[in-house]
Write a protein that binds this ligand. Structure first.
Ligand code: FES
Length: 236
């Protein structure tokens, strides 16, 4: 399944109006120069992040600085707001690799945003567990909300693959914070709450505190935790 990226541009001139549009953002591997993202757009790491970079690089042998590409891209993305070509070039310089090596990493991993995103970036998971629990409706509600409430470009939205929180499906990540057990109403509430700084991470429907069963237990009835050593070899 391919990711769909719903962009409501703040600075990108890709869309003339504030209308959420579906496009296959992440499968476009090529870079297209824009006003805010081109080879001449300056980027350098802040002094604070330079210290952080020293700590990161110290974890790798000097001849394998390239191992730090991902953490440095992440750092650059947090500083700049997205992984611009300038961020990627700077990371390449620091890691002493050809820029193409960094472009390859940034365009492969979907957590690296190569175009500007909103201050509130939402990723709704529609993979199998979430889909079976109504993620398509959650995504549709989020899309509709963003489409109609984004005059300031605060929100951006994308459809993502498994977020690794299937037990609490359907799930959405907002700026990497997880909101779970979502419904169409729930995701809209999350987006409203997030803007007001009062969104509470975790299960949203109020049905459970964590990832305990929603209803009656269907397994693990025993009082004691099952001792796996009773059915496994002792010599391994
Ligand atoms: S399928 Fe959505 S979190 Fe795993």
């Amino acid at each position: 399944m391919l990711r769909r990226f719903v962009s409501v541009p703040r600075t990108l001139p890709l869309r003339a109006t504030n209308v959420a549009a579906v496009r296959s953002h992440h499968i476009v591997g090529v870079h297209r120069d824009t006003k805010v993202n081109n080879q001449k757009t300056p980027f350098t790491f802040s002094d604070e992040n330079k210290k952080e970079i020293e700590k990161i690089l110290a974890k790798y042998p000097p001849q394998y600085k390239k191992g730090a590409i991902m953490p440095l891209l992440d750092l650059g993305q947090h500083q700049h707001g997205f992984c611009s070509i300038g961020v990627m070039n700077e990371v390449a310089k620091i890691c002493e690799v050809p820029p193409m090596r960094v472009y390859e990493v940034a365009s492969f991993y979907t957590m690296f945003q190569r175009e500007p995103i909103g201050k509130c970036h939402v990723g709704v998971c529609t993979n199998i567990a979430c889909m079976l629990h109504g993620a398509e409706d959650v995504f549709a509600a989020a899309k509709d909300f963003v489409k109609n409430n984004n005059a300031d470009g605060y929100y951006s939205l994308e459809e993502v693959e498994c977020s690794g929180a299937c037990t609490n499906a359907p799930v959405a990540e907002v700026n990497n914070i997880y909101f779970e057990d979502l419904t169409s109403e729930g995701i809209v509430q999350v987006l409203k709450d997030f803007k007001q700084g009062k969104a509470v991470p975790g299960p949203y429907a109020g049905k459970r505190k964590s990832c305990e069963p929603e209803g009656e237990k269907t397994s693990l009835f025993g009082e004691k935790a099952f001792d796996v050593r009773t059915v496994t070899r002792t010599d391994i």
